[in-house]
Design a binder for this molecule. Structure first.
Ligand code: THU
Length: 132
């Protein structure tokens, strides 16, 4: 039992709910917040392709809806040979509620493949501080 097993479980359960009839690429995401709570999400595609929603975005929406705004750890789970790293848009979405040193765990159905900090995924990022 590792300390991210709870996040893996949440992302894996969420992934089961993914609606991905166009790409057939199901993704689950889980976020741990400062309070210790976990929020999960799955991708939700749309016949109008650009209207699809990524798993990370759906988890962030659940978190904000619950009144939380600080991500201390995030996990993305998808299948395939390549690492299922968050897309560019999701890196920016995570950035809003996380910091450069926030670990992003990249998993497949077998488990953890790589942990990368958000600052490495999205260097020199633009964030809320820029608007203060
Ligand atoms: N997808 C995510 O949910 N998160 C990512 O960060 C990468 C891509 C989804 C979007 C789409 O439904 C499917 O994966 C294929 O791109």
């Amino acid at each position: 039992m590792s300390d991210i097993d709870d996040l893996i479980k949440a992302a894996s359960n969420a992934r089961e709910c993914a609606y991905a009839p166009y790409s057939n690429f199901k993704v689950g995401a889980a976020l741990r917040t400062a309070s210790g709570n976990i929020f999960s999400g799955c991708n939700v595609e749309n016949a109008a392709y650009p209207e699809g929603l990524c798993a990370e975005a759906s988890a962030i929406a659940a978190m904000v809806r619950a009144g939380e705004q600080t991500i201390v750890e995030a996990l993305v789970l998808g299948d395939g040979e390549s690492l299922c790293t968050p897309c560019g848009g999701c890196r920016q979405k995570l950035r809003e509620f996380a910091s450069d040193d926030t670990p992003i765990h990249v998993c497949d159905p077998e488990g953890l493949r790589k942990t990368i900090s958000l600052g490495v995924l999205l260097p020199h990022s633009f964030g809320p501080e820029h608007l203060k």
